[in-house]
Design a protein around this ligand. Sequence first.
Ligand code: ZN
Length: 544
Amino acid sequence: MAMVTHPEYDDRYWRFVEQVTVNGKNGRGTATREDSALWRIITSGKEAVLNYRVRFHSRETFREAWRPFLTSKGGLFGGPHSFMYVVGATLAPSHVTIEIPQDWRIATGLIPTSDPKTFFASTVSVLVESPIMVGSFKSWNFSVDGVPHHVAYWPLSSAASFDSTALLSNMQGMVQQGSLLFGRLPYREYSFMLLDSSWGGLEHNNSVTLGAPVDHLQKDKKDFLNELSHEYFHTWNLMRIHPVEYGDVNYKKQKLSRGLWWSEGLTLFYADLLLRRGNLPVYDSLRIDHLETLLKRYFNSPGHYKVSAEKVSEAAYGETGMLGDYNASTHVQGEVIGSMLDIIVRNATNGRQSIDDVMRKMMERYSGEKGFTSSNIEEVVEEVCGCDVTSFFNAHVKGAGIIDFDKYLSMIGLKKTLSWVDALMDDGRPAIDLRTYAFQKEKDTAIYIAVMDPESIWGKAGLHTGYHLISVNDKPVKTTRDYRMYLAESKMGDKVTVKVKRPTGLHSASVIMTGYKRPEVIIEEMPGATEKQRRLRKQWMEGN
Ligand SMILES: [Zn+2]
């Protein structure tokens, strides 16, 4: 028996498993822990009942929305945090029976049975991808295209209230856009598990757990809807259309994926687009503003064009420091690449097709067991656009290089202006270049330095990511927080001495604290655009 490792959020709940006992037909069997997440069960009579306990914390506030908890009012459990499976039998179906107080309710993506407290999972993967929320929470339902959607809200205080009618109508509008894009909804029913006083979220097979602080729901809901739309879009892009490295459940260390630029980047792209198409609250009122913000983020970290999208994908859940002296977000890089591919497709097909058609084809082809590689995406894009994107994929996905935005933006009659301005603090004074941080490695107490840009004052002082950090101004660095605090004490113009141990020996670097530049991007309509450019621009701006 084993416990599943999540490819991205391996919370290692095998640490909290206690009292494993086995009872067979002919008496007691044995359970021996062979590895952290693996038990060998010996029994006779070809059947056995395995009992175990898993200890959850009871913290209700400031928690990650996907982490299990259990209080006297209810809780969240299930998933890889709770269930063991029989190694080698990952296609085995299972039933889950939940014993709870009379007045508690249950929310889960698992399939209901004739017993209201018993649920069905067709495979181990479905079982661990379907968390269960119980308690006296609020709940509502809505349907889209006849498909039921359940919304459960875990309030911290019963006094906290918000306009649930408006919230439900927004959620329904978002789901409707997903259905319109793909032509149908890919599940039998869907459960939204929303938790007050929590942050983050995690997508699942036909459900999501999501932090929904009540004050976010009382205001304009932009933060909430943006996160919700992102996690919800993962129902297609990641849960179904998945990278080749994300195979069936496993208890071993998971492979890093080279395809997350697509899974995360395009999900970010559509998180905005679903809301925009549904006339729901978005961060940037115009699509052009959204692209400006995105390009600012792209230029802000040179890692986005100095490191290939495949490598940045791997680093997303790999060890800290994998990208050397660069820092990059697979979300940002992937959304930029997706945005350019969208324009390439529009241009090549004279506006008849867009990245929507690519996404639909990806769903047709890669939503089964078979996952995709970057080359598969390249093939699908080429099929849709009838054009050659090999050089684009080689330059930005498999290799690294700055994107020629003027070339692509002009295809839809837009142009960008990039300038560099002094980075400022909230109070308007110049900000010190603090593009460095400290980190630890797994199973290691040492503190290491990370340089986020080789052109930063830290990189220029000869420091490199991965050097063992000894002291700052002779004050020993014992924790990652020490490093942050010592740097925060320094002022503009100060000289800071950073002592590190590098492969060749000890080294003291002198860093003068100075300011730095950040990118400013303006995207505007290109004057003198052709009829085609104007037509494609209008279509794009309207979010079609
Ligand atoms: Zn995501």
